[in-house]
Design a protein around this ligand. Structure first.
Ligand code: PAF
Length: 282
């Protein structure tokens, strides 16, 4: 049975009652769990061992949605999430029901400059401020030994690593690779919105990433040669960005060098905004 914790004070009590020798892992999510999230839960369980505790947080964080984004219709299925989280090895689901408890005031924000500005930050200006603020709150409440994030949200992961180091937050941040459907589509809770034809078109994202990997492997170095024809490949999609950036700084680059590069894509298919990426290693 998974224990459901609904308030910050209950979470603090649970944490305080754990013996100092019991390892605790956190998997932050916004729910509507899929196999990508479950891979994070499995990793969390593996890291803390059979005697440790795994907390999955399920909270659709309002502050990371822009005014015209999908907060109101974001897919939710708490009952299904609890069953899946338990089966994957979670002991506790932290499901805050009161947004005001999580945000007693709207005065305190956590922001990571620089890394938050490009890629998704360009069209979602306050998104990462919302992510950083809720992740900081979760880490302060749960005080995990390890927190597991997915690499599909690569920019989010880079920003969380920065804020974790800069604010001396507890535990370790670890990441898990993107989980894909058999046909290549990266798993996302938002895939639930895709019509069959948009889903078919959206497969062009992972196919294009594969093309870029092959181009890099065959010696193409200029970014223009790697991704310049993205629009011809992402047919049926409305491109937000296709960028090649330094995998650490997220600064745009002009050519393949001796540093790992991130190829990142955001595009809308049938109005559904999807992101995906791959890292090119030298
Ligand atoms: O990746 C997500 O699902 C969210 O951005 C997170 C990290 C749970 C914060 O709300």
């Amino acid at each position: 049975m998974i224990e459901v914790i609904r308030t910050a004070s209950q979470m603090r009590d649970f944490r305080d009652a754990l013996s100092p020798t019991t390892s605790l892992a956190l998997v932050p999510t916004m729910g509507y769990l899929h196999a990508g999230h479950l891979s994070l839960v499995h990793e969390a369980r593996r890291r803390v061992g059979p005697d440790g505790r795994v907390v999955v947080s399920i909270f659709v964080n309002p502050t990371q949605f822009g005014p015209n984004e999908d907060l109101a219709v974001y897919p939710r299925d708490e009952t299904g999430d609890l069953v899946q989280a338990a089966a994957a090895g979670a002991d506790v689901a932290l499901c805050p029901t009161d947004v005001h408890e999580m945000y007693p005031s709207k005065a305190t924000w956590v922001n990571v400059e620089g890394l938050s500005d490009g890629l998704c930050g360009r069209t979602r200006p306050d998104h990462f401020r919302g992510v950083c603020t809720i992740v900081t709150k979760l880490l302060a409440l749960v005080r995990p030994d390890v927190t597991v994030f997915g690499e599909k949200d690569y920019q989010q992961l880079a920003i969380v690593r920065r804020l974790h180091a800069d604010l001396f937050l507890p535990g370790e941040i670890v990441s898990m690779p993107i989980v894909r459907e058999r046909d290549g589509l990266a798993l996302s809770s938002r895939n639930a919105y895709l019509s069959p034809s948009s889903r078919e078109d959206a497969l062009s994202i992972s196919r294009f990433l594969q093309t870029v990997r092959e181009r890099a492997a065959s010696g193409q170095r200029a970014v223009a040669a790697l991704v310049g024809d993205a629009a011809d490949h992402l047919v049926g999609g409305e491109i937000d960005y296709v960028e090649v950036v330094d995998a650490k700084t997220l600064e745009p680059v002009a050519a393949v060098s001796s540093r790992p590069l991130l190829v990142a894509i955001a595009a809308r298919f049938g109005g559904v905004r999807l992101i995906d990426n791959t890292v090119l290693h030298p």
